[in-house]
Ligand binder design. Structure first.
Ligand SMILES: Cc1cc2nc3c(=O)[nH]c(=O)nc-3n(C[C@H](O)[C@H](O)[C@H](O)COP(=O)(O)OP(=O)(O)OC[C@H]3O[C@@H](n4cnc5c(N)ncnc54)[C@H](O)[C@@H]3O)c2cc1C
Length: 398
């Protein structure tokens, strides 16, 4: 039975992060929005917290665990990670992504690495590089190659739009072992910064999350130890691609939680601003007696709750060893779309205050857009959900 109760431990983590994000992130959010590519040094203190709580806390032998009752095992890394992500994104999505310590690559390592690899890479601040100039939504179209040469893989290719790509310690790179063997030959590899043949080519200038660096990475005859291939090195025609795709089951709820945190920030700001003007939601009144603004606020509040429940279901399943591919996509589809709708609605309700740079709501509208793009766009989540529900393969629905 799913247990949605917020445990004391999660509550304490959220309270602690809430205070820190309010006092440290919010005051500097505008500065780093206006100074893209300047490293937010104020965040250095967060590094150890990120490593401890966000993808840096996998228990040894996680995959082998069996026979534990679900309620007892309710709180695992995934639940703690999304709780933290929501609170940090409430502070600022861009600054959250700019925090040293844990990137999307850490979620990939958590999902796919063996225990031995987890020991080596789990604490490295890691980005994730899938997207290429000719490959985005269809991750199976990756063209970066990895060729085994003795005890090393030699990587060649270009990755674009890599979050944390400049400031990270390592990158989880998706590459193909053999282009003729299709999806099954795609594997993920950890490439550490400073490895010869690996360079940051350029940084993007963006609409939102401007505190976070987004980089183009180039790999030219870049040699890495063969043990840096995450998971199973064999090309298995049946289910081979599922290994790397498992990464998304971890990262999608995380991104959904970021959308939730950002939308919640906008909702709370709007609700409080309206309250100051004497407009309060009267939840106990029938719909016909509520004003249009009250109905909008209730609509936002209810959707934030649905977003949260879908995220909690997805991470509960992950923490209890269940396949959550469908539920992870559902959480991301809902939170990605409604996160944006809610922030836009806040800007609308607030009028000039919403659009003015004096406040952060207009920034949250720009920032939250990305949560409906990376780790699979809205349209791709709907495809995954439809395929899963209908039992269709990619050949039947694409
Ligand atoms: C700020 C930012 C940070 C990012 N960080 C990372 C990162 O850290 N690592 C990484 O690997 N990538 C990252 N990305 C890339 C991101 O994951 C891709 O942009 C995304 O997956 C979409 O791929 P694409 O840009 O190639 O668009 P395309 O795949 O070309 O899609 C363009 C449009 O077509 C739609 N579409 C595509 N296929 C279908 C279909 N079959 N049915 C219906 N609609 C479809 C898409 O939904 C989208 O709206 C980042 C992107 C941004 C903007």
């Amino acid at each position: 039975m799913i247990n949605f109760e917020t445990t004391e431990m999660v509550k304490q983590i959220k309270d602690m992060l809430h205070g820190m994000t309010k006092d440290i992130m919010r005051p500097i959010a505008r500065y780093y929005d206006e100074h893209e590519h300047v490293r937010p040094k104020e965040l250095d203190a967060f590094g150890p917290i990120m490593q401890a709580g966000m993808g840096g806390g996998r228990k040894k032998g996680k995959k082998e665990k069996k026979g534990i009752t679900q309620t007892e095992d309710r709180i695992g890394t995934a639940a703690i990670s999304v709780a933290g992500a929501e609170e940090l994104a409430w502070g600022d999505v861009g600054l959250m992504l700019a925090m040293p310590g844990s990137g999307l690559g850490n979620a990939a390592i958590d999902a796919v690495a063996t225990d031995e690899q987890y020991e080596r890479f789990g604490k490295k601040y890691s980005a994730m590089a899938i997207t290429e100039p000719g490959c985005g939504s269809d991750a199976s179209a990756v063209t970066t190659t990895a060729v085994l040469d003795g005890d090393e893989y030699v990587l060649n290719g270009e990755k674009i739009f890599v979050t944390d790509g400049d400031r990270c310690d390592a990158v989880v790179v998706w590459a193909t072992l053999d282009k003729t063997k299709g999806r099954a030959a795609i594997k993920s590899f950890v490439v550490e910064k400073g490895t010869p043949g690996f360079r940051v080519e350029k940084l993007e200038k963006k609409c939102g999350i401007r505190a976070s660096d987004t980089a183009t990475l180039v790999f030219e005859d870049c040699r890495i130890p063969k043990d840096n291939l995450l998971g199973d090195p064999e090309i298995r025609p049946e289910g081979g691609f599922k290994g790397v795709m498992k990464t998304f089951d971890n990262t999608r709820p995380l991104v959904a939680a970021m959308a939730l945190g950002c939308a919640r920030a906008a909702f709370e700001f709007t609700r409080d601003a309206l309250e100051k003007e004497g407009i309060e939601v009267r939840y106990d009144r029938g719909m016909s007696k509520q004003s249009a603004i009250e109905k909008d606020l209730i609509w936002m509040d209810a959707n934030l709750e649905v977003m949260r429940l879908l995220i909690e279901r997805a991470v509960w399943m992950a923490d209890n060893g269940r396949s959550n591919n469908l539920e992870a996509s559902m959480s991301k589809a809902k939170a990605g779309k409604y996160g944006n709708l809610i922030v836009q609605k806040c800007v609308e309700l607030l009028g000039p205050i919403g659009y003015s740079q004096k406040y952060l709501v207009e920034k949250w509208m720009r920032d939250n857009k990305v949560n409906d793009i990376y780790e699979g766009t809205q349209q791709i989540q709907m495809l995954v959900i439809a395929r899963r529900i209908l039992g269709y393969g990619r050949d039947m629905l694409s």
